[in-house]
Design a protein around this ligand. Structure first.
Ligand code: F6P
Length: 370
């Protein structure tokens, strides 16, 4: 039986911002308007619909061709976003003043339907698309768009935002090369990526780092130091080490800046500093750490990310027009296909140890500290 025709859709952006979000929004809005559908953005994840009172200008933003004009190249998101307040585990204070987590996904589906939305396009990473999957199971027509600089979503060859993060990290490492060489220093460069090493690997190989430390390959800092001293013996008195924030020594722990709390995720950070200190102690050389952090998330998307974002946005609308639901648009070159949200969010996509980029790095003499 054919679904009820779509007249009005909601768009939300959840989790950390990623370059390309605005391009996705523009493509969705223009493709939807083309089909005569009305488009509305939900501000700050689902807060705009769960807590409209918190938004003096309204929690829902009508999206027209004018609203999305000139935003393709802009970083951030015109809707705002949040990585707090997951409606599956929403933190509330009970009568005793204690914080507990409750499931608000049923209420969210009711609110979406009460506001006249026939479908939702959710743009997000594993957390946001996990929520989208629950909303689909509870009866909402939903299509997901894979966003994250970390590239750790399964089911798609690439997420949008990743290419920009890798390109910017590469440029930064290139610049640090000059300083490292001038001062004969070791420089560790810590990059984001959570529990996956995609950004560190991509940027480290592109920028010809001497060592790359990723979560998938626990490292021995002595082996990294050995690589640095071997370079020293060959007249190369400086070294660049790219460290993924989720990297950890063999038998050691992740370096966590803030533990997970009620409604918030664990925040990683600090392993780059630790690696620099250890390398300085072992080699006797001067070492510095630079943490790129959120610089990787902002800024203008690369042309690759812009195009991918526009393709994803348009494909999400096509998916709805083809009566798909509970799916995520996914890059499967040369095409964009649809994969079940349940499949895409069931496991994290980490770097396979035998992937050709890892093999390339090893062939180029880059150390993983293993
Ligand atoms: O998932 C994107 C990401 O930038 C990760 O690489 C990083 O660990 C995390 O978000 C940082 O989150 P926040 O913006 O909350 O510090």
């Amino acid at each position: 039986m054919s679904e009820k025709p779509i007249k009005k859709i909601a768009i939300n952006t959840g989790g950390g911002d990623a370059p390309g979000l605005n391009a996705v929004i523009r493509a969705i809005v223009l493709s939807a308007l083309e089909r005569g559908w009305e488009c509305v953005g939900i501000r700050e994840g689902y807060n705009g619909i769960l807590h409209p009172d918190a938004f003096p200008q309204g929690g829902l933003l009508p999206l027209t061709a004018d609203t999305v004009r000139g935003i393709t190249h802009l970083g951030g998101t015109i809707l705002g976003t949040t990585n707090r307040g997951d409606p599956r585990r929403y933190p509330v204070q009970n009568a005793d003043g204690q914080w507990i987590e409750i499931d608000r996904t049923g209420e969210l589906v009711d609110l979406l339907q009460a506001n006249g939305f026939d479908a939702l396009i959710a743009i997000g990473g594993d957390g946001s698309l996990g929520i989208a999957n629950v909303l689909a199971q509870k009866g909402m027509r939903v299509v997901g768009v894979p966003k994250t600089i970390d590239n750790d979503l399964d089911g798609t060859v690439l997420t949008f935002g990743f290419d920009t993060a890798v390109s910017f990290a590469t440029e930064c490492i290139d610049r640090l090369h000059a300083t490292a060489e001038a001062h004969k220093r070791i420089i560790t460069v810590e990059v984001m990526g959570r529990y996956a090493g995609w950004i560190a690997l991509g940027a480290g190989v592109s920028a010809t780092a001497d060592a790359i430390l990723i979560p998938e390959i626990p490292y021995d800092i002595n082996l990294v130091a050995e690589k640095i001293m071997e370079r020293e013996r060959n007249g190369r008195s400086f070294s660049l080490v790219v460290v993924a924030e989720g990297a950890r020594p063999k038998g050691g722990e992740l370096v966590v800046k803030h533990a997970a709390g009620m409604g918030t995720n664990e925040r990683l950070g600090g392993v780059g500093e630790q690696a620099a200190a250890a390398l300085a102690a072992i080699t006797g050389k001067e070492a510095r750490n630079v943490t790129l952090g959120h610089l990787l998330r902002g800024g203008t998307p690369t042309s690759f990310d812009r195009l991918l974002s526009l393709r994803f946005g348009a494909a999400a609308v096509r998916a709805l027009a083809e009566e798909e639901s509970g799916v995520m648009v996914a890059l499967d070159p040369p095409t964009v296909r649809y994969v079940p949200l349940a499949e895409a969010t069931s496991r994290m996509k980490t770097v396979p140890l035998d992937c050709d980029t890892v093999l390339t790095a090893r062939d180029l003499g880059i150390s993983f500290g293993d």
